[in-house]
Design a protein around this ligand. Sequence first.
Ligand SMILES: [Zn+2]
Length: 647
Amino acid sequence: MDRMRELVDILNRWGYEYYVLDAPTVSDREYDKLYDELKELERETGVILPDSPTRRVGGDPIKGFERHTHIARLYSLDKAVSEDELSAFFTRVKKAGDATFTVEYKYDGLTVCLTYEGGRFVRATTRGNGVEGEDVTAQALTVQSFPLAISYKGVLEVRGEAVIRLSVLGQYNAEHPDDPLKNARNAAAGAIRNLDPKVTKTRRPEIFFYDVNYMSEGGVLSQVEAMEFLKREGFQTFPYLRVCSSPEEVFAAVDEIEVGRRELDVLTDGAVIKVNEERVRSDMGATDKFPRWAIAYKFEAEEAETTVERVFWQVGRTGKLTPLAEVSPVELAGATVRRATLNNYGDLTKKDVKVHSRVLIRRSNEVIPEILGAVSHVEGSVPVEKPKTCPYCGSAVEEVGANLFCTNANCPPRTVQRLTHYCSKNAADVEGMSEATLSVLYERCGVRKFSDLYRLTEESFTENGKFWDGFGKKKISNLLEAVEKSKRVPLERFLYAIGIEGIGRVAARDLAAFGSVEAVAALTFEELVALENVGEITARSILAYFADAENREELSRLREAGVMPYARERVTEGKFAGESVVLTGSLASMSRTEAQKRVEALGGVCQSAVSAKTTLVVAGEKAGSKLEKAKKLGIRVIGEEEFLAML
Ligand SMILES: [Zn+2]
């Protein structure tokens, strides 16, 4: 047993030197010799230590990815694409307090989260929707750039980006000429999200760590401390970290990255700028989607010239006609581009795009690149005709501003888009129900309404007793299971899913506070506009939606089918009942998240910013601008002691 411990320790040190420090101190042969000795010992004794390097082989293929809820939410980052937007970020930070900034590379791969308990690695998950991700432990175990055992003994979640080095990608493609990997980002995501860990291993992904997302005990006070902690514990970290004390220094660092990234062996598409100090971070808080204290600065996307071959029109959920161009295939930012969008009819005429013209296209973060404008026309250039009728259903087209709309509410692609929206991740989340599948269901078994999804059976996918092409038994049962699962949907996601015009996820959350669809349907115009995120136009569209007989019928069909949106329970009694509370500064006795939970458990509502609606401000240590604003507005302010007494 002692020998086993010794072997594990030596091999882990060598592995760390090789994979993380990139500075091996022994030959592969020496490593293999001890590795074999360890394997033999493990075979003889039947004991495998939790941090044994033999666990890194990844194991057998798995059937599917288990879902896992992150301890702390993994936010995505707000983006800036211009210096103006970056300057606006600095202004916001300045209001919150004195801060320094860190600048890092923004790697372009797949975000993963690693969990440790009692000093042991226990789980790896993808970011997923930030709240819930997929368990990719078996896949991550094949990656060598993180430790299986650490000295920190509490519960820990760290965050990193899984990437595939460009040189590794090149090598892989040279070895697999028939089945090359398209680009490094997709390759990294495909490797980690592969059901067979052996495949993950052959793609040789690595993970670079850049954040401590959760610590049950203790904590880090800044980004610099977080990075030091990660390095000390043996994680591979980003090699570049600049600490800047002014916006000017940040701009200089960003420029440095923009030049330097061309030389890197890893795909990067920008720089990440974070407020360094935790106290300023917690004061700034987060929006619905992003932390307010960090921003990703995206470098200008790459551009290329190509020829328009054909322009066709797509019809969206609202009936809007979007011109899409098929272009001669062109390589752009590591991918082959065949299609580019033109936003709307007005855009197409303004940019003077004609069929057979040479155009400039840009690929940024969007899935479909955009046409920036015509470069030159040729003799055979043909203007794109403005459609008088919908190319799908032949109905009249209406022009509103720069946009054209199909006037038929039941236009086939519109219906398919509505269904796609309903099934999407942030809506009813019917996993696997893609636009392509929904188009087939539309065509072949008359799926038109959301409620139609709930009458699907295995037979629906058959013709003459045989399954449709591309639909196996397993796939169908997964789809049906996902449909079944979507019956229990959080109210806010359901309200977003049904596609009331103007209702995004934020407004849906406001509405969900009323507890049920029926309660929302009964709201008056005055009650609606009183909500933080509902304006007059949206309020009218909500009223119109619930006044419509067809919508009401569909809602009752969904109810009959067993779709039961549930509201997150809201406590309305307690010490904080009726209070709109803003927490600011840091509390010595608990984290802000904890404090928020306790306030809500006692009937209070927490807000992120002080407004006229705020009734109480809890000010901890180093409370900043929020406290000043509260004083100005004459809002009641209490300190930590009084707060604890209320709890
Ligand atoms: Zn149409």
